[in-house]
Design a protein around this ligand. Structure first.
Ligand code: PBE
Length: 309
């Protein structure tokens, strides 16, 4: 049976070999089961919560998945846990470090994301349905875009792709490609898809267009991709990276022309409700997205409920 070690930080005083040997030994399991040799078995039994330092590794504080995770902490009575805010990049590097050492970790995770191609991961089941079902990612534009920049409006309205398409750019970026170059390469290699969005749309002559986005890996991919497509029909496109609240505000107030990063109906519900009368929702550009709590496949738990153990 594969065993993973709890974080080294809380194994002070025990050598790695000792913990590994004790946890892995049939004798120790037997003793724990029979209650024999209590002193030893207590030293080797580490709860899931202890292995995790009662920490859920999060991302940026304004992300919808952070609010959903706080709601899950409430719904599942995970009172001892804290949700650690960080960033998408810090979350994946914590995940990478934990997996290299086969340690326990639970992160706020979402699909599409390259981490599922890079590592063997699983979503924890969510019997309370706190994280919702499948999500769609919507394209949202400022009021008046249809008359001011009708060609951009048309392409943005036509834009629709699959989680696999988005994943291809994300994987390339994770493997070291510059996002703009990875997006351009994807567009060039997928002209059959892209021409469905641009067919019959007139070219323009350098009109300025701004796209707001948050630097989540998924949105880095989509925003660079559609920005490149809009450049290719003649727009002078500026990508503006910001926090989620400001992204919604920017499109609602018209300081950005569009965004392709609204996760609905659940993840960005609160932002959407605040601003929905002040912008135009062009509907889904991708279906089959998902958010939840994610752990390495080697962890011996299947449900968010198991975090209590
Ligand atoms: N995400 C990626 C975002 C939406 C896109 C799931 C991290 C969020 O939680 O707000």
């Amino acid at each position: 049976m594969k065993k993973y070690l709890k974080r080294l930080g809380i194994t002070a005083g025990l050598s790695l070999t000792l913990v590994a040997a004790a946890c892995g030994s049939e004798d120790a399991n037997q003793e724990a089961a029979t209650g024999e040799n209590n002193e030893d078995s207590q030293a080797t039994e580490v709860s899931v919560g202890e292995q995790l330092d009662y920490t859920i590794t999060g991302i940026d504080a304004g992300a919808g998945i952070m609010a959903a995770t706080e709601a899950a902490i409430d719904a599942y009575g995970l009172d001892d846990y804290q949700l650690q805010p960080s960033s998408g990049a810090a979350m994946t590097s914590a995940l990478d470090a934990a997996i290299s050492n086969e340690e326990a970790i639970v992160v706020t995770g979402w699909t599409p994301h390259w981490k599922f191609a890079a590592y063997d991961l699983k979503y924890l089941e969510d019997p309370e349905g706190v994280f919702g079902a499948a999500e769609s990612i919507h394209t949202i534009v400022r009021e008046g875009l249809d008359s001011d920049l009708p060609e951009a409006y048309e392409v943005l309205d036509n834009f629709y792709w699959s989680p696999d398409h988005m994943g291809e750019i994300m994987v390339a970026v994770n493997e070291g490609a510059d996002p703009a170059e990875a997006a351009a390469a994807w567009v060039e290699a997928n002209q059959d898809i892209v021409t469905e969005w641009t067919n019959g749309v007139n070219t323009v002559d350098g009109d300025a267009l701004t796209l707001a986005f948050v630097a989540w890996d998924s949105e880095i991919a989509s925003t660079h991709m559609i920005g490149y497509v809009l450049e290719s029909i003649g727009y002078d496109v500026t990508l503006m990276s910001m926090e989620p609240g400001p992204m919604f505000t920017a499109v609602a107030t018209g300081s950005a022309d569009a965004m392709v990063a609204a996760w609905l109906p659940g993840t960005h519900e609160a932002y959407y409700e605040d601003f929905k009368d002040d912008f135009v929702d062009l509907g889904a550009n991708l279906d089959g997205a998902k958010i939840g709590l994610v752990v390495p496949a080697y962890m011996d738990i299947t449900s968010i409920e198991d975090l209590k153990n």
